[in-house]
Design a protein around this ligand. Structure first.
Ligand code: HEC
Length: 139
C-alpha cells in the first residue's frame, strides 16, 4: 500500500521532471552563486570540489539527452551517493558531497544550469578557433 504510493509518486515526479527539463533556467546561476560556489568553481582550479564545467562534461558523456542528464544531476543533488555519481574519483579525492536543503524546483533549475555550462563553453571554444573554417558557419 505504502510502497505503491511511493511508486506512483515517483513516476509522477519523473514525468514532471522530463517536462520541466525542456524549460530554460534563468536563475540557475543565482542558485549556483548562493548554494554551490562555496565548494565548486565553474572553471579550474578546483575549490573543495570538482569544477562544475568538468562535471558537466562528464554528464554529457554519460547521458545522451538533456532531460536524462538533468534528471541524473537533480537526483544526485537530492541524495548524493556513490552509486549515482558519474565521477567516482571525485568522491575519493574530495569526500562525498553533503545534502543541501533545496526545493525540487531549485534542484531542477540549477541542474539545468550545470548541464548548460558544457554547451556554453563549447560555443565559446568554437568562437575562438579563428583561422580554420573562415567564412563558414559551424552547424
Ligand atoms: C559543501 C561543499 C559542496 C557544496 C556546497 C556543493 N557541492 Fe557539489 N560536490 C561536492 C563534492 C566534494 C563533490 C565530489 C564528490 C561527490 O561526487 O560527492 C561534489 C560533486 C558534485 C557533482 C558531481 C556528482 C557526480 O555525479 O559525480 C555535482 C553535479 C555537483 N556536486 C553539483 C553541485 C551543485 C549544483 C551544488 C549547488 C546546488 C553543489 N554541488 C554544492 C561538494 C559540494
Amino acid at each position: 500500500m505504502k510502497l505503491s504510493f511511493i511508486l506512483v509518486a515517483g513516476i509522477a515526479l519523473l514525468f514532471n521532471s522530463f517536462e520541466q527539463a525542456a524549460a530554460s533556467s534563468p536563475d540557475g546561476k543565482a542558485i549556483y552563486n548562493r548554494e554551490c560556489s562555496v565548494c565548486h568553481s565553474v572553471n579550474p582550479p578546483p575549490k573543495s570540489a570538482p569544477p562544475l564545467l568538468s562535471l558537466s562534461a562528464q554528464y554529457h558523456r554519460v547521458f545522451k539527452t538533456k532531460a536524462a542528464g538533468v534528471n541524473a544531476i537533480a537526483s544526485f543533488l537530492k541524495l548524493p551517493n556513490k552509486k549515482n555519481a558519474v565521477d567516482q574519483n571525485a568522491i575519493s579525492k574530495f569526500g562525498l558531497m553533503p545534502v543541501l536543503s533545496l526545493t525540487d524546483a531549485e534542484r531542477r533549475t540549477v541542474s539545468e544550469w550545470v548541464w548548460d555550462q558544457y554547451n556554453s563553453s563549447m560555443r565559446m571554444g568554437r568562437g575562438t578557433g579563428s583561422g580554420k573554417g573562415q567564412g563558414r558557419l559551424n552547424p
